[in-house]
Design a protein around this ligand. Structure first.
Ligand code: MG
Ligand code: MG
Length: 256
């Protein structure tokens, strides 16, 4: 199911996007060596509920937490736990909200203390590839134009793109069509229309593109146990230029 959103729909999606963005920044303030991922999950849940919204992921398909918290080799969908973050880890925080009948969904990968130069590059390239994809979210382009832009940027930097998980449309449901793969051919796939709202979310591995599912049935790990990064923003497809609904600006203000 793919739907063109009205201006009113987009206004409500923007409210969700803003709350998700602020929640990620709130969580980010507490990311340091020694904190448990369960503590971070509680911070997010409290923040979302204090704003009159609900966690968008909790209970979705049976997912038990507010955040997906994916440490190091975990690509996405990691569970909150008693694990204490360590200096040099990276942590992907993926957050969803449900508010006024719509969903919000965005993700950011945080370094914990000082990380290696290779890991810094992985984070930078993954985030850059997200913006390369976003640039193509203009009506008349095709999904494959976004996919190609992401893949091209990632692979020329020597990293690899996960195939098994993809971006998606968002609206009154968390996952709507169209699927937005992070790999593909230019000019292929569904044509983008003004009013689509997409979650573009590159998942990028330092080593092999291959992944496997952990026994919890959710967490996805890189096959070679090397690091994986993940950044996600919500974007409305427009005629002239994409309109980015969520933002990393609150996170990056914190870190200055
Ligand atoms: Mg997400
Ligand atoms: Mg998503």
């Amino acid at each position: 199911m793919i739907s063109v959103k009205t201006d009113e729909d987009i206004r409500l999606l923007r409210e969700n996007a803003l709350l998700v963005s602020k929640t990620l920044a709130e969580v980010g303030k507490s990311i340091r060596p020694g904190v448990t991922t369960l503590e971070l999950d509680k911070i997010a849940e409290t923040f979302i509920r204090d704003h009159g919204a609900e966690p968008g992921f909790k209970g979705y398909g049976g997912f038990p937490f507010t955040l997906c918290l994916s440490v190091n080799e975990i690509v996405v969908h990691g569970f909150a736990s008693e694990y204490r973050l360590r200096e040099g880890d990276i942590l992907s925080v993926d957050c969803g909200t449900r508010y006024k009948g719509f969903y919000g969904d965005s993700a950011y990968t945080f370094p914990v203390g000082e990380v290696s130069e290779e890991t810094k590059l992985l984070l930078r390239v993954t985030k850059e590839s997200l913006y390369k994809g976003i640039e193509k979210a203009v009506s008349g382009n095709r999904i494959g134009d976004i996919s190609y832009a992401v893949q091209e940027h990632v692979e020329k930097s020597g990293f690899s793109v996960v195939r098994e998980m993809v971006g998606h449309g968002i609206g009154r449901r968390l996952h709507e069509g169209p699927e937005v793969p992070n790999y593909g051919r230019r000019g292929s796939g569904k044509k983008l229309e003004d009013g689509y709202v997409l979650c573009i979310e590159p998942m990028v591995n330092a080593g092999t593109k291959h992944v496997f599912m952990l026994e919890d049935g959710w967490s996805l790990s890189t096959a070679d146990k090397r690091n994986s990064a993940h950044f996600e923003l919500m974007v409305a497809v427009r005629r002239e230029r994409p309109e980015i609904l969520s933002t990393f600006e609150f996170i990056e203000q914190n870190s200055i």
